[in-house]
Design a protein around this ligand. Structure first.
Ligand code: 1PW
Length: 215
């Protein structure tokens, strides 16, 4: 990959989440969900190697979803809605403990969905932050209010330690590669509602099918 191809822009990531939602029926499209996540991972990797422990698990989960999209049942995995209907209908989800289907699409997306909530809270805090705000504090607060509730102590510890290595607010805005701080704030204000919408629709879908606690 050349340096140009590697260049990350948060705008592209957020437009993937915008493209995620099908206009007519509000289906969440898996391919766009995956490309949004691939962008987020590039973002995390550009924040430094210490973050690779955080991105490794997300990479793993995206690969599981990509494999479904390349399999013979790829059409069933077109949207989160069709995936839920297909996997539940064909008994492909372990509901009580991980057994025959340890890596179902439903449980894999649930992990990414919970992580998306963290991202949403974090970017929102960043958007409304002031010059003296510390990114590590914003990130830790967002984490404690979301994903941390699903993580055992040892992962919480490792995640919190890695947040200390986050670059300062100014550098952070530069890494996002959107433009000036004002440009980033404006872009986030425009784009975050799309991320929220994807999050809310997924949350409702999972709640409706009692899938929010999948092992
Ligand atoms: C600054 C940008 C932030 C973007 C955020 C998202 C990435 C979230 C990944 C956190 C991973 C921490 C280590 C892995 C934990 C897994 O055990 C856990 N995975 C997640 C995504 O929470 C649960 O997955 P598992 O073990 O049930 O397969």
């Amino acid at each position: 990959m050349t340096a140009v191809e590697e260049k990350f822009s948060l705008t592209e990531v957020l437009s993937s989440f915008k493209a995620c939602l099908e206009k007519e029926n509000q289906d969440v499209l898996v391919d766009h969900y995956i490309s949004g996540w691939n962008g987020l991972i590039r973002f995390m990797n550009s924040l430094g190697t210490i973050f690779s422990f955080v991105s490794k698990d997300a990479i793993n989960k995206i690969q599981i979803m990509e494999a479904f999209r390349k399999s013979s049942s790829r059409d069933q995995y077109r949207s989160l809605q069709s995936m839920v209907a297909y996997e539940l209908g064909a008994n492909l989800v372990d509901l009580n403990r991980r057994a025959e289907h340890p890596n179902s699409g439903c449980r894999t997306i649930l992990r990414l969905h919970r992580a998306l909530r963290w991202l949403q809270l974090f970017l929102e805090k960043l958007r409304t932050s002031t010059e003296d705000s510390k990114t590590s504090v914003l990130c830790t607060d967002a984490y404690n209010d979301s994903l941390a509730n699903y993580h055992p102590w040892i992962i919480r510890k490792a995640a919190t330690v890695s947040f200390y290595a986050l670059p300062a607010r100014n550098t952070f805005f530069e890494v996002m590669n959107v433009g000036s701080i004002e440009d980033v704030v404006a872009m986030l204000g425009e784009a975050m509602p799309y991320v929220s919408q994807v999050y809310d629709i997924t949350q409702q879908l999972y709640a409706r099918h009692n899938l929010l606690d999948l092992p």
